[in-house]
Design a protein around this ligand. Structure first.
Ligand SMILES: [Zn+2]
Ligand SMILES: [Zn+2]
Ligand SMILES: [Zn+2]
Length: 532
């Protein structure tokens, strides 16, 4: 059950206060031993692992030494450390919570595949895209416009004041643009918003519905909503840095304003999963490796998470409370709390910022064979994606992308995949690297720096893709919502690295083809996850 805001806030404050012990000047506590609480311990271990991923391979005894070195004032036994790691699902070889079997998906109605590509469903893998003929390295396999375009949440305010395109979010900095825009009719006659191009103005089919609903003629077919409530919902999303909630609002309104009904059917066909189920995977590792909260697991409190979901749901449904509208119609527009979480989870596992019908069918492999490129200097985010062959692809081979940063080591990748997409990766690269890790561990053991191989991209690229276990379900993560309780620091870091168009660069060692990719948090998406 959800607690009242006041009591939840209190609970959180208590936790934060306890945690603040960490930040005290060590001199204050000199000689005084303290007993750390659970989250302090887990948080410390995670910090150690993040600082040096090689330490993830260490046994409890060595890890205990590192924790004691970092926190000399802690009274913490090796046994308690082990108990806590076990409780939070952080012990190596411990069964981990996966939700791949709970992800459902359907054939997408009206899906038009590019030449050279076929859709296949394998018993063990679920849906996936396959080459129907040879595709040469570097070849453009397809381009795709977003199914639902979601502008960068960060630009929402700039859009409102006409500093950023009202549709694609592109920054409009030139003052000249203001005067030109009037000439070109790129301004809205009801508000201060501007579009960067005729194409954007035309694509922005929801502008009037969302912002000036009261101006719509009373014709019965038009969706009625309260523009000021939509504004309020957007502000709530922005305050909480919750992109998924913003996206879900747009998706639902697209569905309702589409008289053909195809938008709703196509969204319904995406790999689906409730956000509450995804959250379990994150919670089982103390939220530590959830991309959406910056990995600051210790502050990731379930009560607060649920409070946020409920608040989002409530504000979302208020959008449809329009005076004079038929009450039955209003209740058809609203969605249940369970469905709201389903929309959020589904968006999260499938998006790469926006949602794409074809691209969402790409399964994951830690060695990709296609590059998904988003906007670059010559194209806007709303122009969509281009998908290229990252190497020669044989007829019959599955097309695969990497949902996570390929430079991360095997432990990190597997954890990110499990938490964000619900499956245990067992691709060839993961198998090889796990073997290598074990080998080094038994040979070297004593030197933590050498305990985990730094993945060598070149070698990885030579591994065959055949035999990987695909996932087929949707993703994303991304929990991109940097949402749920993101760590503010993490967001700050992210924003510092942000480009004008709201993208984030990913350090990618190996790959000259991919000009720019999303950070892990905003990485490509996926669809369908099948169990082996
Ligand atoms: Zn634009
Ligand atoms: Zn307007
Ligand atoms: Zn893998």
């Amino acid at each position: 059950m959800i607690e009242q805001p006041s009591s939840s806030t209190k609970t959180l404050n208590n936790k934060i206060e306890i945690l603040s012990i960490n930040d005290k000047d060590p001199n204050d506590a000199e000689g005084v031993q303290i007993t750390p609480n659970e989250r302090m311990v887990v948080s410390e271990v995670i910090q150690i692992w993040k600082h040096d991923p090689a330490t993830e391979s260490l046994g409890i005894a060595k890890l205990h030494v590192l924790v004691k070195a970092a926190q000399p004032n802690w009274s913490l036994s090796e046994k308690r450390l082990k108990t806590l790691l076990k409780k939070y699902g952080l012990l190596a070889n411990q069964p981990k919570f996966c939700y791949v079997n709970e992800i459902t998906s359907k054939p997408t109605p009206g899906l038009e595949l590019p030449p050279k590509i076929k859709l296949q469903t394998a018993k063990s893998k679920g849906k996936g895209l396959y080459a129907s003929q040879f595709i040469a390295k570097g070849e453009l396999i397809w381009e795709e416009k977003p199914f639902i375009f979601v502008p960068p949440l960060d630009h929402v305010y700039l859009m409102k004041i006409g500093k950023s395109c009202a549709y694609c979010g592109k920054l409009l900095q030139s003052r000249l643009f203001d005067s030109q825009s009037f000439l070109n009719g790129l301004d809205c006659k009801y508000c201060s918003q501007l579009w960067c191009s005729k194409g954007c103005k035309k694509s922005d089919s929801l502008h009037i519905i969302l912002n000036h609903n009261e101006k719509l003629s009373k014709s019965k077919n038009k969706l009625k909503l309260d523009s000021s409530k939509w504004q309020k919902y957007k502000e709530f999303c922005l305050e909480n840095r919750w992109s998924a909630a913003f996206a879900v609002g747009l998706i639902r309104i697209h569905e309702l304003s589409d008289e053909t009904g195809i938008v709703a059917k196509q969204f319904d066909a995406f790999a689906k999963i409730g956000q509450d189920i995804r959250y379990k995977a994150s919670d089982s590792s103390a939220g530590a490796f959830d991309n959406s909260n910056g990995g600051d697991g210790a502050l990731f409190v379930k009560e607060q998470q649920e409070l946020l979901w409920h608040k989002g749901h409530e504000l979302f449904n208020e959008i449809f409370d329009v005076e004079g509208e038929n009450p039955d119609t209003i209740s058809q527009h609203k969605i249940s709390y369970e469905d709201y979480l389903l929309y959020i989870g589904t968006y999260n596992i499938n998006n790469i910022e926006s949602l794409y019908l074809i691209q969402s069918h790409l399964n994951h492999n830690c060695v990709k064979n296609v590059d998904v490129r988003v906007a670059d200097n010559t194209r806007k985010l709303s122009d969509g994606i281009k998908v290229y062959a990252a190497r020669n692809i044989k007829a019959g081979e599955e097309l695969v992308t990497s949902y996570v940063n390929p430079t991360h080591n095997v432990n990190q990748r597997k954890r990110e995949l499990r938490v964000n997409w619900g499956f245990n990766c067992s691709c060839n690269r993961c198998k090889e690297e796990e073997k290598e890790t074990h080998r080094l561990q038994s040979n070297i053991g004593s030197d933590p720096k050498k305990a985990s191989p730094n993945p060598n991209e070149k070698k990885a690229d030579e591994l065959t893709v055949n035999g990987d276990k695909p996932l087929k379900s949707s993703r994303k993560n991304s929990m991109r919502k940097s949402s749920d309780l993101s760590s503010r620091n993490d967001i700050k870091k992210m924003l510092e690295g942000a480009k004008n168009d709201g993208e984030f660069e990913l350090e990618e060692a190996d790959d000259s083809l991919t000009v720019r990719r999303k950070s892990v948090r905003f990485d490509e998406k996926v669809v369908a996850v099948a169990n082996e």
